[in-house]
Design a binder for this molecule. Structure first.
Ligand code: ZN
Length: 214
């Protein structure tokens, strides 16, 4: 049996655990905010990111709670990005929601376009390190994640109730690796290069909070 016929390995546990019932509040990804300039405009306005309702209790009143910082590593620089958090005004709920722009990868230290360039491109990890300043060990870890099973993500798309996402799930199939899902989803949703991982990562999180692409 050739190695290419083996199914991809299971995805690591940190990628597949739902956070819906385990946490009060959490992260909402602003899928329409794909660049820093747009983010900075919206984060300065108390209403800029205010959710219309609380995802936990459905309440319609959310107040600005506080601001946090995310540090994004780039070639020779660290970019500090301000993140806003809202608190549900219903005291019996009191869920807090932080709003993350779509270009910031949850749990990774870099912006999605950088992750995509390093993880999806072909050159050896050492060459990739020279080009992107992402350490070769990190490039290997990211690529291993993309080589793991997309089964759970494909199931989410298949159950989404959206015709396009169902078609993508059918095209990819249940035993594909995450990389194949990125390629098919990117092509069928016409996501530009550099936006493919971020778009799919945000979608996975929207379909079930906590589920990670990488
Ligand atoms: Zn609430």
């Amino acid at each position: 049996m050739s190695q290419q016929r083996l199914p991809p390995p299971e995805a690591p546990a940190c990628l597949v655990l739902s956070r819906v019932s385990r946490y009060k509040g959490g992260t909402i990804i602003a899928e329409d905010v794909t660049d820093l300039a747009t983010h900075q405009k919206r984060v300065c306005d108390p209403d800029g990111y205010r959710p219309s309702w609380c995802l936990r209790c459905g309440g319609h009143v959310l107040h600005v709670h506080d601001y946090a910082e995310r540090r994004l590593r780039g070639p020779g620089t660290v970019l500090v990005v301000r993140i806003i958090r809202y608190l549900c005004a219903d005291r019996s709920c009191a869920a807090s929601w932080r709003i993350l722009p779509a270009f910031i990868a949850r749990h990774l230290w870099r912006a999605w376009p950088v992750v995509e360039k390093a993880a999806m491109a072909g050159p050896a990890p050492e060459q990739t390190e020279e080009r992107t300043s992402v350490p070769a060990s990190t490039v290997r870890r990211w690529r291993a994640r993309l080589a793991s099973s997309a089964g759970q993500l494909v199931q989410l798309l298949a159950a989404s109730g959206t015709a396009l996402l169902e078609a993508i799930a059918e095209r990819v199939g249940p035993s594909a690796a995450r990389r194949a899902l990125v390629e098919v989803h990117g092509a069928m949703t016409r996501s530009g290069m550099g936006a493919r991982l971020g778009t799919l990562g945000a979608l996975a999180h929207r379909l079930e909070r906590g589920i990670r692409l990488m």
